[in-house]
Design a protein around this ligand. Structure first.
Ligand code: SF4
Length: 250
């Protein structure tokens, strides 16, 4: 890790701040994008289904229903042929279950009809599937296929703006701006680390700048100039039983 910036050497460009964000958050939330992803899955299809289910709910709730979902509908063809009422009942606890069931069935039918039952590893193909937007497609690319992708959810957008990496509100424009500042190989893990940091430290209503490892250069910091806190200052609350941090979406 490079030396902490002095008051005079604080980065004043988005690119300089992005470099420090990548550098500081990696040891706080170690692991690859796959390791940081909190949605349980064993295949691209399972991750795609879990990500569709994760809209407007917690990853814990999704993980509570997906074992049964994946057992009952192991292949895209099985999900494509699902009876809507059965599927709705199975995923009811995740909320918006009628719309989600329709998306799951429509997605699976398109995967079977257009891609031979295999989830396609290309952005333009993924976003052509029912219920799949750019954020979901980027999750699948970066986590399941290890292809650079930068999912922008509410946490990623908020932190990117607070850190002065973008001024945009539109997720696609946030993605464009941040991806222009960060090496491609960092995109997926950075997105998940920003989610974790947004949940634990830089929440929407309460930004805990006094505990933040980015406070010495963040343009939105509420604390006076000081050296960055020692590594590990972030609360361990919410860490997985293994001690590894996992990102949860909302
Ligand atoms: S210094 Fe404050 S505003 Fe900036 S990222 Fe950290 S918690 Fe958020």
């Amino acid at each position: 890790m490079s030396a902490a910036p002095t008051r005079a050497s604080r980065p004043h460009s988005p690119g300089g701040r992005a470099r420090l964000v990548v550098e500081r958050l990696a040891p706080e939330y170690p692991g690859s994008a796959r390791e940081l992803c909190a949605l349980a899955h064993e295949s691209p299809l399972q991750l795609l289904a879990a990500t569709i289910l994760s809209a407007q709910t917690t990853d814990e709730r999704v993980n509570a229903v997906t074992p049964q979902l994946f057992r009952r509908y192991p292949a895209a063809a099985d999900l494509a042929a699902a009876a809507p009422a059965d599927l709705e009942e199975l995923i009811r606890s995740t909320g918006f279950f009628r719309a989600k069931a329709a998306s799951l069935i429509g997605m699976a039918q398109a995967v079977v009809e257009r891609y031979g039952g295999e989830v396609p590893p290309r952005m333009e193909d993924l976003v052509s599937l029912p219920g799949v937007g750019r954020k979901t497609a980027n999750v699948v690319l970066s986590v399941a296929f290890d292809i650079p992708g930068f999912p922008v959810d509410t946490h990623v957008g908020r932190l990117s703006r607070r850190l002065g990496l973008t001024t945009e509100e539109d997720p696609a424009k946030v993605e464009r701006d941040v991806c222009g500042l960060v090496p491609r190989r960092q995109w997926g893990a950075l997105s998940l680390r920003l989610i974790l940091h947004g949940r634990r430290v830089c929440a929407a209503r309460r930004q805990r700048c006094e505990e933040c490892v980015l406070a010495d250069f963040c343009p939105s910091s509420t604390v006076p100039w000081r050296s960055p806190p020692a590594r590990g200052a972030i609360s361990a609350v919410g860490r997985a039983p293994t001690g590894r941090a996992v990102a949860k979406r909302r």
